[in-house]
Design a protein around this ligand. Structure first.
Ligand code: ATP
Ligand code: LTN
Length: 327
């Protein structure tokens, strides 16, 4: 079984949503499957990035992934921009993807609204590059958070379209979205998903200090009333905190509800902060020991790219022949 997934090197650090929605699954799957994990730096530049810090940020995110348990000896970890076949296949896919389908993508609509003065073409064609990231490696499964479901459906549609035009080339990969934890909400606006690119107090970074974790949980938005009950519609704030508690403490939601019955919001917040601090501490220590090892981190990404490239080249050879490009 082959797995592929991607993550952007954007924002200050990966957050608990990235972990529960994606990275935790990656760490588990590398034990049994042939896994490729791609740091998608070309996707990141659809939002303006400082050229002086982007490369550094890519290395820092590599250190974070290693600290979280991604093991370069058990998987292929690489930077997207090191494997040029991604952009080549993306161009070919762009010639079979209707613009109307891209305009329907929620992530495009959200991001284009956020940066009206820089609603660049890359934001629109972003899912085509993602389809190329995926289909180049012909994976069976793509583990992602719920926000990527629509992009995965488009990837499947692109595979179908390519096959119909040029002959059977790609199987349709399945999205693997966790049953719980696939959509962790912002601590300040629990109707919106937690996002790296939003302000610090909306997210718990996986590498936050204990003090920062306590403070952010303390000021997290809650709901009226005082019962600790899971209801995304009636109690979105408390439900998000309860869900985080349940996932980090290894209890079910209903066990957590029973445990907090008759206790106030402040108790839930304190216990959530405790369990987060305890679980995240080893990640912080590990990141600290890796962060200054630039040469090693770059070497990990280059080694991964070499492995990825050999697979990508095979697919491109097949694609080029099918499309009728000169060999
Ligand atoms: P940005 O705000 O910079 O767009 P992001 O926080 O959405 O970043 P990505 O790098 O785009 O993070 O996503 C990496 C992975 O984490 C994807 O699989 C995505 O679905 C998942 N993910 C992102 N946010 C959440 C969330 N709030 N809950 C669960 N999974 C998430
Ligand atoms: N679009 C995704 C990141 C991403 C990805 C991929 C995920 C780019 N390429 C390939 C899975 C497979 C995002 O914004 N989270």
């Amino acid at each position: 079984m082959r797995i592929l997934s991607g993550i952007q090197p954007t924002g200050p650090s990966y957050h608990v949503g990235n972990y529960l929605g994606a990275i935790k699954q990656w760490v588990e799957m590398q034990e049994t499957a042939d896994c490729l994990f791609c740091i998608v730096d070309l996707h990141a530049i659809t939002v303006p990035q400082d050229p002086k810090t982007l490369a550094k940020s890519t290395l820092e995110k590599t250190a974070e992934l290693l600290a979280l348990g991604i093991d370069p000896d058990r998987c292929t970890l690489f930077a997207q921009s090191y494997v040029k076949e991604h952009t080549e296949l993306s161009w070919i896919f762009s010639t079979i993807t209707p613009v109307g389908e891209l305009e329907r993508m929620t992530q495009y609509k959200d991001k284009a609204k956020k940066q009206r003065e820089n609603a660049n073409a890359g934001l629109l064609t972003y899912p085509i590059l993602m389809a190329a990231d995926i289909l180049l490696y012909k994976p069976d499964v793509v583990p992602v958070g719920e926000d990527q479901k629509q992009h995965l459906e488009l990837t499947r549609a692109i595979a179908r379209k390519f096959n119909a035009r040029f002959g059977k080339t790609f199987a349709e990969p399945a999205a693997l979205i966790p049953k719980t934890g696939g959509r962790i909400m912002s601590l300040q606006d629990p109707k919106k998903k937690m996002s790296k690119s939003d302000p610090a107090d909306t997210q718990i970074s996986l590498f936050d200090s204990p003090e920062a974790i306590r403070k952010k949980i303390k000021i997290a938005v809650t709901d009226t009333g005082k019962d600790i009950k899971y209801s995304q519609t009636k109690k979105p704030g408390i439900s998000n905190l309860l869900l985080l508690y349940s996932l980090f403490s290894g209890t079910t939601i209903s066990e957590a509800e029973t445990y907090f019955k008759g206790k106030g919001y402040a108790v839930l917040k304190k216990e959530l902060a405790d369990v987060l601090i305890e679980t995240l501490e080893p990640f912080r220590v590990k990141k600290h020991s890796l962060i200054s090892r630039d040469v090693y981190l770059r070497e990990v990404l280059l080694r991964g790219a070499k492995k990825a490239r050999s697979l990508a080249e095979q697919t491109m050879e097949e694609v080029r022949a099918k499309v009728g490009l000169l060999s």
